[in-house]
Design a protein around this ligand. Structure first.
Ligand SMILES: Nc1nc2c(ncn2[C@@H]2O[C@H](COP(=O)(O)OP(=O)(O)OP(=O)(O)O)[C@@H](O)[C@H]2O)c(=O)[nH]1
Ligand SMILES: [Mg+2]
Length: 399
C-alpha cells in the first residue's frame, strides 16, 4: 500500500541521481549507460500545510513529520534500469524493469534536456539529440508492454470470457492484475477509445494498441523532468518541451540538488531544496564558492529551485490528485486512542468516500462501518460522503 513513484528514462539521463537527491540514498551513478541494473529504492517526501495550524493544536505525527506546521509525508520511489527503444521486446536491460514498474502509480520520466545523449544513452554532440524523441519512445514502450500483456492468449481468452458471459471490463481489468490499474481506469480508457464493448472479437490490433495507450495515460501517467538544465544546450530544448507538454514538464537539475544537499550535510551551507533557499554558514573553498555562485546565477535565480522536489509534489498532488486526510479515534481532541494528536495523515484519491477511507485504514473498519464524523465540525458523515482536502475524520464502526 501507499504511493509508489517510478523513475524512468533512457540510460544516463540522471534517474539514479534524481533518486539520490530526493531520498538521500547513495545508489551508484555513472556517466556510462546501464549503471543501474537492479532497481534502487528510496523514500522521499511531499509537503502540505498541516491541519494543525487551522485547528491550533500541536500535532504528534507518527507516519509523517510536521516541521513549522508543514506536514512531510513519505513517498516511496523506485529507480529502474535505463530504457532503450525496443525494451519491451527485450532490448537493453529488457522487460524486467517494466515488471519492476508494475506497482508504480505514476512515472517520472527523467529526460536529458541538454540533448547530449542518443536514445541508447551514449554521448553525442551536445544539443544535437532532440529530447522530444525520447518522450514519444518511452510512452510507446510502456504502451507496447501493456499491449503485450493484454494480447497474450487474446483470442482464446475472449472466447472463454464470452462463454462465461463475463463483463468485458472485468475481463480486461483481470488481464492487468498486478499492474495497479483499476476497473474504473479501464472503463475510462475504453470510453475514451470509442470501442464497441459488444464487438470485442472484432477489435483490430490498432484499436487494442490505442486502448493500451489510453490505459497507460490514465493508469500510469507520466510527468516529465527535463533534467540537466544546468547545461547550456538545454535552454532551447526545454522551451520546445514546455510548448508541447505545458505543465507536464518541470525543469530540473538533479546533480545540482545533490551537490547542494552534500554541502548542507557538511554544514557549509543551509539549503532547503523545497524553496531553493540557500545561505552560506561556513567557510567555503574557492572552488566551492565558484560552484555556489554559478548555481545561484544559473539555476536558483532563473528557476527558483532545482525542480527536483517540485516534480515529486506535482506528481502526487497535481497529477495523481491525491489529498491529505487525517484519521483520528477521538474527534474532540483530534487524537488516536493513546491521546496522540493528529498522529497520521493518509493520501487518498480525490473523490474517496468516508467508507472507502475506512477500508484504507483497516478492513475491519470497512466491514463494520456505521458512520464517520467530521472532527472539524462534529457533523456525522454517511458512507458516501466525499473526503475533502485536509479533513480530520473519525470512523465509527461496530465492535
Ligand atoms: N550536468 C548534469 N549532470 C547530471 C545531472 N543529473 C545527473 N547527471 C549526470 O549524468 C550521469 C548519469 O547519471 P545517473 O544518475 O547514473 O543516470 P541514470 O539515468 O541512472 O543512468 P543508468 O542507470 O545508466 O540508466 C552522471 O554522470 C550524473 O552525474 C544534472 O542535472 N546535470
Ligand atoms: Mg541509474
Amino acid at each position: 500500500m501507499g504511493v509508489l513513484i517510478g523513475i524512468v528514462g533512457k540510460p544516463s539521463s540522471g534517474k539514479t541521481t534524481f533518486l539520490n537527491a530526493l531520498c538521500g540514498t547513495s545508489a551508484k551513478t555513472g556517466d556510462y549507460p546501464f549503471t543501474t541494473i537492479d532497481p534502487n529504492q528510496g523514500v522521499g517526501f511531499v509537503t502540505t500545510p498541516c491541519v494543525c495550524n487551522e485547528l491550533n493544536v500541536t500535532c504528534q505525527p507518527r507516519n509523517s513529520e510536521c516541521i513549522d506546521r508543514i506536514r512531510k509525508i513519505p513517498i516511496k520511489l523506485i529507480d529502474v534500469a535505463g530504457l532503450v527503444p525496443g525494451a519491451y521486446k527485450g532490448r537493453g536491460m529488457g522487460n524486467q524493469f517494466l515488471a519492476d514498474l508494475a506497482q508504480a502509480d505514476i512515472l517520472i520520466h527523467v529526460v536529458d534536456a541538454s540533448g547530449s545523449l542518443n536514445e541508447e544513452g551514449e554521448n553525442v554532440e551536445p544539443g544535437s539529440h532532440d529530447p522530444m524523441i525520447d518522450i514519444s519512445f518511452l510512452e510507446d514502450e510502456i504502451t507496447q508492454w501493456m499491449n503485450g500483456i493484454l494480447k497474450k492468449d487474446w483470442n482464446r481468452a475472449i472466447r472463454k470470457a464470452q462463454t462465461e458471459q463475463k463483463n468485458i471490463i472485468d475481463f480486461i481489468t483481470e488481464k492487468f492484475t498486478g499492474l495497479k490499474i483499476t476497473k474504473s481506469d479501464i472503463l475510462h480508457a475504453v470510453n475514451e477509445s470509442n470501442l464497441d464493448l459488444k464487438n470485442v472479437q472484432n477489435w483490430t490490433d490498432e484499436e487494442i494498441l490505442k486502448l493500451c495507450n489510453s490505459v497507460q495515460k490514465i493508469g500510469k501517467p507520466i510527468l516529465i523532468a527535463a533534467n540537466k538544465i544546468d547545461k547550456p544546450t538545454s535552454k532551447s530544448h526545454l522551451e520546445n518541451l514546455q510548448n508541447m507538454f505545458g505543465n507536464f514538464v518541470i525543469p530540473t537539475t538533479a546533480l545540482t540538488d545533490l551537490v547542494l544537499k552534500n554541502l548542507n550535510t557538511q554544514r557549509k551551507i543551509n539549503y532547503i531544496s523545497e524553496s531553493g533557499k540557500l545561505e552560506i554558514i561556513d567557510e567555503l573553498s574557492t572552488k566551492e564558492q565558484q560552484i555556489i555562485l554559478k548555481i545561484e546565477k544559473e539555476i536558483l535565480l532563473p528557476y527558483k529551485t532545482t525542480g527536483v522536489f517540485e516534480t515529486l509534489n506535482r506528481a502526487v498532488f497535481d497529477v495523481l490528485k491525491l489529498i491529505p486526510v487525517y484519521p483520528v479515534a477521538d474527534s474532540t481532541h483530534y487524537s488516536d486512542q493513546d491521546g496522540r494528536i493528529l498522529p497520521e495523515v493518509f493520501l487518498v484519491k480525490e473523490g474517496t468516500t468516508v467508507k472507502e477511507l475506512a477500508g484504507i485504514i483497516h478492513q475491519d473498519l470497512f466491514k463494520n462501518f456505521i458512520y464517520g464524523v467530521d472532527a472539524k465540525t462534529n457533523r456525522k458523515l454517511s458512507d458516501k460522503s466525499v473526503i475533502k482536502f485536509g479533513d480530520v475524520i473519525r470512523i465509527v464502526a461496530a465492535v
